[in-house]
Ligand binder design. Structure first.
Ligand code: AR6
Length: 254
């Protein structure tokens, strides 16, 4: 039996779930992973899931940091899927539960990262949070391994949610704190490179333009305050080109 078929059947039984007939195998696996609370999965499941996810990854093009040109100094921009870049650490924009997105096939970055890294990530977060629930507030960061992703670590942070038309002072400070906390977390594992997704600019509605300036200023302030930092490549990841010029200009201006 192929690993992906084994995993789909295993998770169907584990969750006592049913799937629509028209899903591809990759989407079926992702759907089931999204709804799974991994409190007692067998080790054989993880082994087969890792094989299945590695096979999926082997058909995609991994982006190396050497493929990117710096915009200025240590700062790079990568337009594309964060699950396909190979760095020491990538940043995930999580929610307050910090266990990944449970909505099947949701288009958020949290869903993509958990789905392609593997259920080990949710399992590890569940363990960490049961030992220390205070990890979750907005502006903090928590680190796990990257498992089946090309990158070694995932730094999970909870960004602010913007409720009105414009972000509040508190939203702005919280977003800055996310970037600072992620840099700190990356430093703790001696990361040389970090890739930031655009925290809070999707479901949480932080305006992209403003967030670009906050992100770049926070990281730049951090590196100025930590001249001995291990981090020598900072990549700002955008999912599409909409805010590309804003990012380029903001980096050039610092
Ligand atoms: N690679 C890179 N960027 C992505 C990807 C991807 N695969 N997918 C989306 N983005 P969002 P938030 C971009 O909504 O606003 C989740 O459900 C996207 O275009 O993912 O911080 C969490 O569980 C956008 O620019 O995160 C929380 O409940 C950016 O990632 C909530 O959403 C962030 O969009 C967090 O909301």
């Amino acid at each position: 039996m192929k690993s992906i078929d084994f995993c789909i059947q295993y998770l169907l039984d584990y969750n006592n779930a049913e799937l629509p007939d028209d899903l591809s195998k990759e989407k079926a696996l992702r759907t089931l992973m999204n709804i799974t609370t991994p409190d007692n999965l067998d080790s054989v499941f993880y082994k087969e899931q890792d094989k299945a996810l590695q096979e999926i990854l082997s058909k995609k093009k991994i982006v190396e940091l050497s493929d990117l040109k710096p915009v200025k100094g240590k700062y790079y921009i990568y337009v594309g899927d964060i699950t396909l870049i190979k760095a020491d650490a990538i940043v995930n924009s999580a929610n307050k539960e910090m266990l990944g997105c449970f909505i099947p096939l949701h288009s958020c970055v949290d869903n993509a990262i958990h789905s392609y890294a593997g259920l080990e990530v949710r399992r590890d977060l569940m363990k960490m949070l049961s030992e220390n629930p205070s990890y979750q507030p907005v502006g903090h960061a928590l680190i796990t391994k990257g498992y089946n992703l090309p990158s070694r670590y995932i730094i999970h942070t909870v960004g602010p949610t913007v409720f009105g038309r414009n972000p509040t002072e508190e939203n702005i400070n919280e977003l800055r704190n996310c970037y600072l906390a992620c840099m700190d977390a990356a430093e703790k594992v001696h990361a040389g490179s970090i890739v930031f997704c655009s925290i809070s600019t999707g479901v949480y509605r932080f305006p992209k333009k403003e967030s670009a300036h906050i992100a770049i200023k926070a990281v730049d302030d951090y590196l100025k305050e930590h001249p001995e930092s291990t981090i020598n490549k900072v990549v700002f990841n955008l999912f599409n080109e909409n805010a590309l010029d804003i990012y380029k200009r903001a980096i050039e201006e610092i």
